[in-house]
Design a protein around this ligand. Structure first.
Ligand code: ADP
Ligand code: MG
Ligand code: MG
Length: 252
């Protein structure tokens, strides 16, 4: 059952083409990893799909259960079940974590189907417990003064509570020590099911020791240049990216 499909996606930032035709298909239950050198367009891919205004989609489509997300308003994409854990989550002063999450959940559930306050608090406490987050984070302003690792954990908290269909995690491992990495990976693994798929963007193979991907894709210069299984990530860890560049005849 195909859940998500990226079809010939091209996108530009400030008139410069960054994504040069991305194709990717994900079925329910699958975990796909995207690896690649810095500056290759991984975050651009995530932002373009979510509808960040800086990124202009110039060609192609992305289908969530057959619906082109580029025909949807940005908030509709989240409602339809797309979720992005950002590489650099933004701080929002004046909005508490709990307020933010509750309105995000209610937007996803739709009018007339709002979550009760009691149920929300119970869920939030449960999810925070699993992620070993201090309860005070419920009432802190969103990401304000959070450490890098706390922001990442908070992104996973949002994901767990929003119950999305397609989860895109952009360098969720950066800034996490090994214990936090295990907790975050555990949170992801608990969410695995046949109706959900994950796109895990990472620089390092390490994360993939804890979240076992079904497919690994290598992105370079705005294209997916190689796909394989988990063994591909292992080889990248051992040998870096040069052998792929050589295979492709890319200058380095
Ligand atoms: P990655 O996530 O693979 O490290 P990015 O998608 O962040 O790569 O960046 C790809 C390229 O697009 C880089 O050359 C980067 O400088 C450029 N870029 C990305 N976002 C912006 C932006 N908001 N403004 C200007 N240039 C950008
Ligand atoms: Mg980067
Ligand atoms: Mg990035």
């Amino acid at each position: 059952n195909q859940l998500f499909k990226i079809d010939g996606l091209k996108a530009s930032v400030e008139g410069k083409e960054i994504l040069k035709g991305i194709n990717l298909e994900m079925n329910g239950g699958e975990i796909h990893a995207i690896m690649g050198p810095n500056g290759t367009g991984k975050s651009t891919l995530a932002s373009a799909i979510m509808g960040h205004p800086k990124y202009e989609v110039t060609e192609g489509a992305a289908y969530l259960e057959g619906e082109n997300v580029f025909d949807m308003e940005v908030d509709e994409r989240a409602r339809a079940g797309l979720f992005l854990a950002m590489q650099y989550p933004s701080e929002i002063t004046g909005v508490t974590n709990a307020d933010f999450l509750r309105s995000a959940i209610n937007a996803r559930r739709g009018e007339g189907n709002e979550i009760s306050l009691i149920k929300f608090i119970r869920q939030m406490e449960g999810s925070m417990g699993k992620l070993e987050m201090d309860p005070q984070f419920m009432h802190r302003y969103l990401n304000e003064g959070f450490s890098g690792g706390e922001k990442k954990r908070n992104e996973i908290l949002q994901m767990a509570m929003l119950d999305p269909k397609v989860c895109i995690l952009d360098e969720i491992d950066s800034g996490l020590d090994i214990d936090a990495l295990k907790i975050v990976a555990n949170g992801v693994n608990e969410m695995r099911n046949d109706e959900r798929s994950f796109l895990i963007i990472t620089h390092y193979q390490r994360l993939l020791n804890y979240i076992k991907p079904d497919f690994v894709h290598v992105m370079m210069q705005g294209r997916i240049v190689k796909s394989g299984g988990p063994e591909l990530a292992q080889r990248l860890e051992e040998e870096g990216y040069d052998w792929i560049k050589e295979e492709l005849g890319i200058e380095h």
